[in-house]
Write a protein that binds this ligand. Structure first.
Ligand SMILES: NC(=O)c1ccc[n+]([C@@H]2O[C@H](COP(=O)([O-])OP(=O)(O)OC[C@H]3O[C@@H](n4cnc5c(N)ncnc54)[C@H](O)[C@@H]3O)[C@@H](O)[C@H]2O)c1
Length: 284
């Protein structure tokens, strides 16, 4: 039997000024929740929240900053009440092959995608446990399963984030908290525009990209259904997940995957569709 949708949860979303985070905030409000949107870009996140009405509020949060996390949780509580759901969404990429990125760029990706998200979970755990309820949702990536050229450190952080998330969920399995991790495919956001600008990210275009609204629907459904892990689209997600276990198989497949991605990337460029975040996409 389908569960009755949960409503009126207090949801804290990171990286909510744009892209997937903004779409999650919008969908969560449409589903009856109240949302504290947070982002490193203070002005942009205020603008986004301003469009979403009185069930939305915004504060600046750089997820690398432990004090900032405490302030964000306090701000949510002051505005709406204690946080019921943390959506750890913010992430960055620096495109290019590992040898061509500076060490600082490698570190930046680790500090945001891994340490930032870990700091959020670490901040949430005692507060939610003391209260006796809470749901930690991690927006990860299919690169948590697949090592791909152009995604060495990005994929490395997503592999590590998945391991951290599931290990903590196991440690907390006798407690009151729920844990969900989601792995979206390529999604039409500014991040994907950044990838489009760099030929080394061709594999991101080997499959049709989805929309932030589609990802957001899956995240908001998860607030009610509390799945342990979601890969999507379901079928190709499962195939990629299995393929990732066999590096020799990926070595054989990668020329085909890259060639397909390069063709689609070139088609997007040739047809002037480089503003991916503005193009409506598939809404399966
Ligand atoms: N777009 C994709 O193809 C795709 C696919 C799978 C997973 N993801 C993941 O989804 C999440 C959201 O990605 P997106 O595509 O919406 O990206 P995006 O670049 O469009 O938006 C990311 C947001 O995070 C914010 N941000 C960056 N650094 C931050 C920091 N230190 N602290 C707080 N906020 C920060 C940015 O200001 C921006 O608003 C990321 O974790 C990403 O890895 C994206």
């Amino acid at each position: 039997m389908r569960k009755k949708p949960e409503t009126d949860r207090v949801v804290l979303v990171t990286g909510a000024a744009t892209g997937i985070g903004a779409a999650i905030a919008e969908a969560a409000i449409a589903a009856g929740h109240r949302v504290l949107l947070t982002d490193i870009d203070a002005e942009a996140v205020r603008t986004t929240a301003g469009r979403l009405g009185e069930r939305a509020a915004a504060v600046a949060l750089d997820i690398r900053d432990p004090d900032g996390w405490v302030k964000a949780f306090d701000a949510a509580e002051a505005q709406f009440g204690p946080v019921d759901v943390l959506v750890n969404n913010a992430g960055i990429i620096h495109t290019g092959h590992a040898r061509d990125l500076s060490l600082q760029q490698h570190r930046d990706i680790v500090e945001v995608n891994l340490l930032g998200a870990m700091t959020g979970i670490h901040t949430a755990l005692p507060r939610m446990t003391e209260r006796g309820r809470g749901h930690l949702i991690t927006v990860c990536s299919m690169t948590a399963f697949l090592a791909l050229p152009g995604y060495a450190t990005y994929g490395g952080t997503k592999h590590a984030l998945r391991a951290f998330h599931h290990a903590v969920a196991l440690e907390e399995r006798h407690g009151p908290l729920h844990f969900t991790i989601l792995h979206p495919p390529s999604t039409r956001t500014k991040m994907l525009e950044q990838e489009l600008a760099d030929p080394t990210s061709a594999t991101a275009f080997s499959e049709k990209a989805t929309t932030p609204q589609h990802v957001a629907r899956v995240v908001v459904d998860a607030i009610t259904t509390k799945p342990v892990e979601v890969v999507f689209p379901a079928f190709s997600g499962r195939v990629q997940r299995i393929a990732g276990v066999f590096p020799q198989l990926i070595r054989r497949l990668i020329p085909v995957i890259e060639a397909k991605g390069r063709r689609e990337r070139q088609r997007l460029i040739n047809t002037g569709k480089t503003r991916l975040s503005a193009v409506p996409g598939r809404t399966e």
